[in-house]
Design a protein around this ligand. Structure first.
Ligand code: FAD
Length: 432
């Protein structure tokens, strides 16, 4: 007789590891299947780890998790071709334990997280791809894998297989993911001596800085860029909507090269050795693009369910939280002796709705459509802001009133009075 588990978790990323660990801790019989050679070997992230989500799963994770630097400073830059207008937030509060955000290297971190799931009792099968879900009518009863005789049965399957979940699509749980609902991001890791990073970014040992960027570096496409400090390396990347890349015939690589050559970024990378390059999709369609995430014998967690807050660059924490909530739903229902069907698993949706995950995604539900339809937010305004800053900062004998007038007329000329009002309203709606 074929082997049967309580739960099969597909994927050993943030969502899968959170689900497998939580289920195994509660004593359920869990099989986790990962196509990569090791957990994390296929995964791409910036990567900032938000401690809160992990703390709720493994409270003492700081004792042995592979963490790079805790973040004490957040910089936001709006760039045009030669300059940027920026803001910084740096606080000693972020230097007091327990730290709130860390940079991590996913390949190391995912292996650590997966070991926690294994130590808790989950059986983990790597180098194995789930090729199909096994169905009995509408009910998922297991998975088919690329291993010989590779059909495995379970009472529930958690799909934590990342963005563009082919399994859910093949089973008809959702449509093909649309290019306007995913960003394509590329990133590089540049190595530098630890002391160089610390002096260049004005930080101490173990302290880190994040620079979030938007503006002309995305060449008018809807997207953002980032630069994070690790212990002995800097990660930088840029991502824009896949539909924009298709339309504009620009490659992500071209954008990244241009970004590295920006006069504000080039000196931060000087003398570094680039050792890693990766490209990956990010599901940024938001609330309106979310699929159904539960049914008879199945649940979806993490990127596979579009659980990403693109505006705040949060994905891993939503993945961990949804993986944990999916697991907790199953644990509770089992304790109450209830079957895992579409009716009972609706409790997962209720838990999601009650969490920051859905509250945040609902809050920003208008943002993707607004930014998609208004590319001038990524071109005209960065340019106007930078010109305004230049006019104000430059001391050239022109009186300040005249400078203000010229800044105002530049804004009106570029967008008209009505356009400016409309843009302010759109911005307000995007963040409501
Ligand atoms: P993944 O981490 O993608 O894991 C899915 C796993 O499933 C993979 O291991 C994959 O190999 C496996 N898998 C897929 N299909 C199968 C199959 N058929 N059979 C078996 N295994 C399978 N988030 C943040 O919070 N902070 C950041 O700084 C940040 N930066 C980012 C930067 C970039 C460039 C990118 C691309 C993303 C970033 N994100 C960030 C988002 C974050 O990486 C994701 O939200 C998060 O990794 C989602 O976790 P997940 O477990 O759902 O998916």
């Amino acid at each position: 007789m074929a082997e049967k588990f309580d739960v099969i978790v597909v994927g050993a990323g943030m969502a899968g590891n959170a689900a497998a660990y939580t289920l195994a801790q509660a004593g359920l019989n869990v099989l986790q299947i990962e196509r990569g050679e090791t957990p994390g070997s296929k995964n791409v992230q910036g990567a900032i780890l938000y401690a809160d989500a992990l703390e709720k799963i493994i409270p003492d994770f700081r004792d042995d998790a592979p963490l790079e630097r805790h973040l004490i400073e957040q910089r936001v830059w709006i760039l045009d071709d030669e300059s940027y207008v920026g803001s910084n937030y740096r606080s000693e509060e972020f230097n007091r334990e327990p730290y709130n955000r860390y940079t991590i290297i996913r390949a190391h971190f995912d292996q650590w997280f997966n070991k926690k799931a294994r130590d808790a009792g989950a059986l983990v099968l790597c180098e194995t791809t789930v090729t199909n879900l096994l169905l009995d009518g509408k009910r998922v009863i297991g998975v088919a894998t690329d291993r010989k005789g590779g059909e495995i049965y379970a009472d529930c399957v958690i799909l934590a297989d990342g963005v563009n979940s082919l399994l859910a699509k093949k089973a008809g749980f959702h449509d093909e993911i649309k290019p306007r609902d995913v960003a394509l991001a590329v990133k590089e890791i540049h190595f530098l001596p630890q002391e160089t990073i610390e002096s260049r970014f004005n930080i101490g040992e173990e302290e880190g800085v994040v620079i979030e960027m938007a503006g002309k570096i995305t060449a008018g496409m809807m997207g953002t860029a980032f630069l994070y400090t690790n212990k002995e390396s800097i990660t930088l990347g840029i991502g824009c909507m896949l539909s924009d890349f298709k339309e504009q015939q620009v490659t992500p690589y071209q954008l990244l090269e241009k970004m590295k050559d920006h006069p504000a970024i080039r000196p931060l990378l000087a003398g570094s050795e680039m050792k890693e390059y990766a490209a990956h999709l990010i599901p940024e369609g938001g609330y309106h693009a979310m699929p159904q995430v539960y049914g008879d014998g199945w649940m979806i967690a993490g990127d596979a369910g579009m659980f990403v807050n693109g505006l705040h660059r949060e994905g891993s924490n939503l993945a961990m939280t949804t993986g944990k909530l999916a697991a907790e739903t199953l644990i509770e229902l089992k304790e109450q002796g209830k079957a895992w069907n579409a009716r009972s698993l609706a409790r997962y949706q209720a838990k999601l709705d009650d969490s920051f995950v859905m509250k945040d995604l609902r809050k920003y539900r208008q943002a993707p459509a607004i930014f998609e339809k208004n590319p001038h937010f990524f071109t005209t305004y960065p340019e106007l802001l930078n010109r305004a800053a230049h006019t104000l900062v430059k001391v050239d004998g022109v009186d300040k009133k005249s400078k203000e007038r010229s800044i105002k007329s530049a804004f009106v000329e570029a967008r008209s009075r009505l356009g400016l009002l409309g843009d302010a309203f759109k911005m307000w709606r995007a963040f409501q």
